[in-house]
Design a protein. Structure first.
Length: 202
């Protein structure tokens, strides 16, 4: 890595932390793990966001298409926002309890929104630094609107310059990618939830 490039990436790390990320790491794009089974889990069992957002499947690009796009990038900036006093330990019995799911969705919203803001901020700053193809992705479904547009096949997004697709929706194995980056993700754990996003950097 050239000194100028390292300096530019280091500056973006600082931007992420100043914007509210609790952790950030630059990684080569080859460390991003894609797996069609991640995309499968959007449908089986069906995620509550499936088909409900323009930034989630089936309204976003396929895993194969994203794989081709990813191959054109050199670096990625992975960012995390820690949810305070919210863990991922199983609190239900058997199937997912709708009331628990509703409560979880509400409690996670502020942290998902902060993640979205961090990703947006890093992407914008990268663009200003000459990385014209910088592109951000967030963890989970969109939080910009309480409800997405009514007809997701014809109605335009209300926030076309702010909405970002879900990492999982394009097949990114967030767990393995974070592991490659040396960043933790705690699943079914009493540790605080870490919402994770990614900015692709050219």
């Amino acid at each position: 890595m050239k000194a100028a490039e390292k300096h530019r990436l280091d500056e973006l790390l600082e931007v992420a932390l100043e914007a509210g990320a609790t952790a950030a790491k630059v990684i080569p794009s080859q460390m991003v793990v894609l797996d069609e089974r991640v995309r499968l889990k959007c449908e089986v069992p069906r995620c509550s966001g499936y088909g409900q957002y323009l930034t989630c499947p089936p309204h976003i690009m396929s895993v194969d298409d994203f794989s081709r796009v990813l191959s054109r990038y050199d670096w990625c900036l992975m960012v995390q926002v820690e949810a305070e006093n919210i863990d991922s330990a199983d609190k239900g019995r058997g199937r997912i309890d709708p009331d628990i799911l509703k409560d979880n969705t509400k409690s996670h919203q502020p942290y998902k929104r902060r993640l979205h803001e961090v990703v947006e901020t890093v992407e914008a700053e990268a663009f200003k630094k000459g990385m014209r193809f910088a592109t951000g992705l967030v963890g989970g479904s969109c939080t910009l609107c309480d409800q997405c547009v009514e007809d997701r096949y014809s109605d335009p997004c209300r926030h076309p310059f702010r909405a970002r697709p879900a990492m999982e929706g394009v097949g990114i194995d967030v767990f393995k990618t974070a592991e490659n980056a040396g960043l933790p993700i705690h699943l079914s754990s009493s540790e605080n939830v870490l919402w994770t996003g990614l900015v692709l950097l050219d």
